[in-house]
Design a binder for this molecule. Sequence first.
Ligand SMILES: NC(=O)c1ccc[n+]([C@@H]2O[C@H](COP(=O)([O-])OP(=O)(O)OC[C@H]3O[C@@H](n4cnc5c(N)ncnc54)[C@H](OP(=O)(O)O)[C@@H]3O)[C@@H](O)[C@H]2O)c1
Length: 293
Amino acid sequence: MSSGIRTPVTVLGLGLMGSAIAKTFLAAGHPTTVWNRTAAKADALVEIGAKDAASVTEAVGAAPLIVVSLLDDDAVAKVLSAAGPALRGKVLVNLTSSTPEQSRARAEWADVHGVSYVDGAVMAVPQGLGTPDALLLYSGSESGYRTAEPALKALSEKGTYLGADHGRAAAFDAALVSVFWLSLFGVSMGIALAEAEGIRGSELVPFTPALIGLMPGLMAQTAAQVEADHYPADDTTISSAYEAFTTLRTIFAHHGIDTGVLDASGDVFRRALDSGYGADGLGRLVPVLGGGR
Ligand SMILES: NC(=O)c1ccc[n+]([C@@H]2O[C@H](COP(=O)([O-])OP(=O)(O)OC[C@H]3O[C@@H](n4cnc5c(N)ncnc54)[C@H](OP(=O)(O)O)[C@@H]3O)[C@@H](O)[C@H]2O)c1
């Protein structure tokens, strides 16, 4: 799989993400073999040059690099056990979302079966693969990653290897995606409030970059406070933030908008205040949540 040679690749799983992965490999010139439980999902890829394998074993035998994108770890276990000894000596890159513990257990399984195992996390939507915005994170077998790297660059030029712990990519994924999931509710609530106030959600859109632009700084400041276990109130205190937060809750409640998400956050603020951390900076919320070392 040296640079300049288009490595043959097999993709197991042709859901929305797996199909996009196979399509991106094909577009980059990789001979691509595909397999999916529901065989008809291979048809569109065969039309653009993929080879459809009749079984998992046949698919795995067709390439030195196997990329997996299935619903969850249970599906991965079922599909890989069907491949049997055909996997021995292969580089396996599993892009299925998993917990760090599932990734580490999968690595132990791979070790027993003679497979170079790389666990990956796709921090992109299917349409983003192969574009400059796509980010994929990998961890596990370094030699496996270095072997697969030239081909994996087709999916993301920004693909990053995070180290030998197979669970590390999944841990980065969960930590970063938690920001996304909670922001999703922020977006939903913001638009709900705007509409209740007679403002179209679209009127908010031009102002969102200013807010989202604060996030990297907040992440860096919070991380630095937790690493130093020191929580100075450089820009705001927990007490004053809680006052602003309470006003926000009042506005939502006035419009009859569900305050459940805010109330859960309010509980964390109150635990911090009850513990005497009112004069601290917001980084203090991390240990109050049970985080830190
Ligand atoms: N879509 C995204 O935006 C996105 C973004 C980042 C990460 N991901 C991750 O990528 C992975 C795939 O997501 P997706 O969006 O492609 O999901 P999806 O469209 O629901 O596809 C699921 C795939 O898993 C297969 N599958 C499910 N159960 C199976 C089983 N028991 N045995 C064999 N195959 C089974 C399905 O086969 P059938 O076709 O036969 O049902 C299909 O190929 C997930 O882990 C997801 O978290 C997705």
